[in-house]
Write a protein that binds this ligand. Structure first.
Ligand SMILES: Nc1ncnc2c1ncn2[C@@H]1O[C@H](COP(=O)(O)OP(=O)(O)O)[C@@H](O)[C@H]1O
Ligand SMILES: [Mg+2]
Length: 252
């Protein structure tokens, strides 16, 4: 049965999409069966995967207008449920649906036996779609930059995830906080990491792996490739491989 992981942060530009794509690619290179889910109407994951964002996708699946096999795309060993710009309209429709928070879980439960990992790319907000991802997931990862005010966002995510855990998904757990775009040489980023590791709410919840700043990670997505296709020897390829190893160690 798939381990479903939500990659969540209500801020934009914190490396969610990059992490979903390249952690997914790294796990699939370790012979894991991986399904990626694009829950963001900006469709960045869908575009990076090389899939047209005008087709049917997660929105149609969630409201029952399409089946899984109508929407799933494959690229080598990786599979994707794409998003389209119409997802915004479907999110609006969902807001009147009884049990709207369970729509994604319902769909993923049907296919979870075919995958080892399902990794969900969230939009930069904590609305219905992000809540759906937390209800469907067993774990969530919060990618963030080591910068000022990082904590404030974290508090909001933890508040929402605590409510989801209490009311809808008792198994939900924080897999870890992942520092991305890191320049490990700067004193400032070291200070942010240190203060977070000292915080009792997050002690033991920082991944040992950091994703360093790497232009290959930016370029590969724009060229519709994973970092393993675009620059297999890059720092980015190395770091996401380390993250995949760390995750396999925790979750087998
Ligand atoms: N480790 C990294 N080094 C350099 N650029 C990165 C790194 N991770 C992400 N980026 C770039 O930062 C921008 C935001 O990342 P993205 O994954 O799209 O964030 P989000 O999905 O949270 O909005 C993108 O242009 C992406 O290519
Ligand atoms: Mg994104």
């Amino acid at each position: 049965m798939a381990n479903i992981i939500s990659i969540i942060n209500n801020k934009g530009g914190t490396g969610k999409t990059t992490t979903v794509l390249n952690l997914g690619a790294a796990l699939s290179r370790k012979r894991k069966r991986v399904l990626l889910v694009d829950l963001d109407s900006q469709c960045n994951l869908t575009s990076a995967f090389g899939v047209d964002s005008n087709g049917v996708g997660i929105g149609e699946l969630l409201i029952g207008k399409a089946d899984f096999l109508d929407v799933v795309k494959r690229n080598g060993k990786l599979s994707l449920i794409p998003a389209s710009e119409k997802l915004i309209d479907y999110e609006f429709q969902l807001s009147n649906e009884p049990g709207r928070e369970y729509m994604l879980r319902e769909q993923l439960e049907r296919v979870a036996h075919n995958y080892d990992y399902i990794i969900i790319d969230c939009p930069p907000s904590l609305g219905t779609l992000s809540t759906n991802s937390l209800v469907a997931a067993k774990h969530f990862i919060v990618p963030m930059q080591a910068e000022n005010f990082a904590f404030i966002g974290l508090d909001r995510i933890m508040l929402i995830s605590d409510k989801v855990k209490k009311r809808m998904n008792p198994d939900l757990a924080l897999a870890g906080i992942l520092f991305v775009k890191l320049d490990p040489r700067t004193k400032f980023s070291q200070a942010v990491i240190h203060s977070l590791s000292e915080n009792q709410n997050f002690a033991g919840k920082l991944f040992n792996t950091y994703i360093r700043q790497d232009i290959s990670l930016m370029e590969s997505g724009a060229f519709k490739q994973t970092v393993y296709e675009y620059a297999p020897k890059s720092r980015g390829a190395h770091d996401y491989n380390d993250l995949a190893k760390e995750i396999l160690k925790i979750y087998g």
